[in-house]
Design a protein around this ligand. Structure first.
Ligand SMILES: [Zn+2]
Length: 262
């Protein structure tokens, strides 16, 4: 963003710090959603407890990142280790909020992109935990797709409509031929996100997902003896591909057209 370069450095770093804290707080809440939604627990009521000893956690135990560092990764009450994953997710939230700001400035674009990445993170982690993508998250993607119409006006309605089908239909056909090729959640997710991304970025996203997922799958085959046909969660690869396509797809296609002399 050009206007960011005109900011006073102290204002710029202050803003980044604020956004990092904001992002990590949003993703801290996301951790609660990721834990509770697959267990069908409400996530508005009810207080957080230590999963090992059940002690109710106090406010100072719940400050993103800071609590984990202050408690040296252990429960204040029973000293059971606290999983680092939650803290890693909070760090990721901070980084993603800064990234969206650096890419799009203070704008609705940045907000829609950040929320899309947040929902994508929740989908990835629930998919890792349960190999399923709950429909509630897909509804959130649809809402963000609607918000992206004014936020990303350069993606036309027909490009979005094509985005809905361009990846999801081949995935569906492949799954009809080879049962279990893709999960139903993955297919619905690419359709819903295709409305937000448009067809070009959808293709780029799925290309990146298949390449990275393929490398990971080959790695599993080589290093896990016997070549067990484990299902692995494809959601995280899809999300990472979509995130890269959303943030840098436009720049990538411009560069590509330039290289091809188009
Ligand atoms: Zn405890």
């Amino acid at each position: 963003m050009k206007e960011l370069q005109h900011l006073d450095p102290s204002v710029f770093w202050g803003l980044l710090l604020f956004l990092f804290v904001f992002g990590s707080c949003v993703f801290s809440f996301l951790n609660v959603v990721i834990y509770r939604v697959p267990r069908h627990l409400g996530f508005v009521k009810g207080r957080s407890c230590c999963p090992a000893c059940g002690a109710r956690l106090r406010f100072e135990d719940l400050v993103p990142i800071v609590s984990w560092v202050a408690l040296k990764g252990r429960c204040r009450y029973c000293k059971a280790p606290i999983s680092f994953r939650d803290t890693a997710v909070e760090l990721l939230g901070g980084v993603l909020a800064c990234l969206c700001f650096l890419r799009y400035g203070f704008s609705m674009r940045a907000m829609v992109a950040f929320l899309f990445l947040a929902v994508g993170t929740a989908i990835s982690l629930v998919d890792l935990d349960t190999l399923e993508i709950p429909d509630g998250f897909l509804a959130a993607v649809l809402v963000l797709s609607a918000l992206s119409v004014p936020a990303f006006p350069e993606i036309t309605i027909s490009q979005r409509a094509a985005g809905f089908f361009i990846v999801s239909v081949p995935m569906l056909l492949l799954t009809l031929k080879i049962p279990g090729a893709f999960g139903g959640g993955d297919i619905k997710y690419t359709a819903a996100a295709g409305l937000l991304l448009g067809w070009k970025n959808s293709l780029l996203a799925v290309f990146l997902a298949i390449v990275s997922g393929g490398i990971y799958g080959a790695f599993l085959l080589v290093f896990r003896k016997g070549g067990r046909k484990d299902r692995f969660a494809f959601g995280p690869f899809l999300c990472a591909g979509m995130a890269a396509a959303l943030l840098w797809g436009e720049a990538f296609f411009e560069w590509y057209m330039g290289v091809m002399g188009l």
